[in-house]
Design a protein around this ligand. Structure first.
Ligand SMILES: [Zn+2]
Length: 476
């Protein structure tokens, strides 16, 4: 597979350090507010990427962190709890981490290998800062904060392709009087009254953001590991600073081989952001649409490009999801009607080939999703009609290849229908078949309508009838 590496600005063949093992780290959320569809895009992308690698036989270790202490969390706690904030601030990250997991589940995102939190790794970070001070890459400010000195690192700016002089010209001078250079960043932030703190040799305080990801990624994945990802807005300064820290600490140019970045979301052409007030939460979208529909909507934009978010795209994706389920349900029922031998050759292989070719080429999910949808429609329009002209083996092979493709995109996640529902529907469909044979069409239609009322849709293919379940409503 070829994937775009931000570090080299090139498409590169994806080769892991250890054969059949892929280790990756994706920057997680700062849990101070509801997760939104922009977050969802990043985690769904890496979930598809991971599923694809797994389908290719890799063991995938994907680590996603939580920045569970941060200015934003402290501010939110103050807003909510006032003077109690000092005691109750942890309720903020706990609430939004719980929401993150709930939304991940509804988006069918597979669990990560580890979900490290900053507050559980402070000791490691203190040890790193000590080492960075000893090596001469970090210094203590008069207030006890510790800063990383970017000027000490050769090639600072290598990831974002910026020169230190340009960065200096554009840098806003922040109100941190102990800094030697405006680009230096805090590894340790000294304590301010009313804020949570941890012990450290310099002064009580808390770790800085950029440090956490280098410490926690290499702790869980080793060094170097295969891929590091996140939203494109993290390239600078976050990922640039991670690379600088790792360079100082390990003496390596790259502690992660492939840097993979996912584009942002727009609403009517404007970037989705809190300041513009156009943020759409996952909770809101997933109260109206299925997880599969949102995954398909994401898949329809290439991960590196900005994605225009709209409910029209979601409506279209929900329709696609329905078709994908219909093909699955009905082909599953049709397998039993397949013949002994192949009397006709069906041209379904091109969908399968093009699906994988698309993913191999910089993970082009828009093309892959089109191929999956194309195969779903081909199953409905052709395979089901010709089921007695193909062998059972061929029918099963189409079904299994179809499911494998759908599972990479994660859009057939609710295949199971309760056994008793399945049996009841089967019985009703059998009775209807008898009524049709006896030309009792009114009664047969009545059965069809009743089943439609509970979310079961019947499709007649001559004498045969196949049916599909509408997930996400009554049968859920
Ligand atoms: Zn990070």
């Amino acid at each position: 597979m070829r994937i775009y590496n931000t570090a080299t600005r090139q498409l590169e063949e994806f080769v892991t350090y250890t054969p059949r093992l892929a280790r990756g780290y994706v920057c997680g959320i700062t849990p101070y507010d509801s997760v939104h569809v922009g977050h969802g895009r990043v985690y769904v992308f890496f979930d598809m990427f991971r599923r694809y690698l797994e389908a290719q036989g890799y063991e995938v270790r994907l680590v996603i962190n939580f920045t569970d202490i941060d200015d934003k969390i402290i501010n939110k706690a103050r807003e909510e709890f006032g003077a109690e904030a000092y005691k109750r601030w942890r309720e903020v990250p706990e609430r939004y981490i719980a929401e993150f997991f709930e939304m991940s589940k509804r988006l069918f995102i597979e669990p990560a290998y580890a979900y490290p939190k900053v507050t559980e790794n402070v000791e490691d970070m203190v040890a790193w800062i000590k080492a960075l001070v000893e090596k001469g890459y970090a210094y203590t400010a008069p207030d006890g904060s510790v800063y990383f000195e970017v000027g000490k690192v050769p090639n600072y700016g290598v990831l974002s392709r910026q020169r230190i002089e340009e960065l200096m010209a554009g840098a806003r001078v922040e109100p941190e009087p102990g800094k030697r250079n405006p680009l230096d960043f805090a590894l340790w932030k000294s304590w301010t009254p009313g804020e949570p703190w941890w012990n450290a040799p310099w002064c009580p305080g808390r770790p800085g953001w950029h440090l956490e990801c280098v410490v926690m990624s290499t702790k869980h994945l080793g060094m170097p590991f295969d891929f590091h990802g996140g939203g494109a807005d993290l390239i600078f300064p976050h990922h640039e600073n991670e690379i600088a820290i790792a360079k100082a600490y390990f003496g390596v140019d790259n502690f992660a081989r492939y840097w993979i970045h996912v584009g942002y979301l727009t609403v009517r052409g404007e970037k989705m952001s809190k300041s513009l007030g156009n943020v759409v939460t996952l909770k809101e979208v997933l109260s109206k649409y299925s997880g599969e529909a949102l995954r398909l909507a994401y898949a329809m934009s290439h991960y590196r490009k900005p994605m225009e978010f709209s409910y029209e795209v979601l409506d279209q994706a929900e329709e696609m999801a329905k078709t994908i389920y219909t093909a699955y349900d009905e082909l599953g029922q049709a397998v039993g009607d397949a013949g002994e031998e192949d009397k006709e050759a069906l041209d379904y292989g091109r969908y399968v080939e093009e699906f994988y070719a698309a993913l191999e080429d910089d993970f082009s999910t828009p093309q892959a999703a089109q191929q999956l949808y194309g195969l779903a429609r081909y199953i409905i329009s052709t395979v089901l009609h010709k089921i007695d002209k193909i062998s059972r083996n061929t029918a099963l092979s189409i079904l299994s290849q179809y499911v494998k493709m759908a599972d990479i995109l994660g859009v057939l996640e609710r295949r199971e229908v309760p056994k008793e529902v399945e049996e009841a529907v089967k019985a009703a469909v059998e009775v209807r078949a008898k009524l049709r044979k006896d030309r009792q069409y009114q009664l047969a239609d009545y059965i069809r309508e009743r089943l439609a009322g509970i979310g079961v849709e019947l499709h007649d293919f001559g004498q045969r009838t196949y049916y599909t379940y509408r997930r996400g409503n009554r049968l859920r």
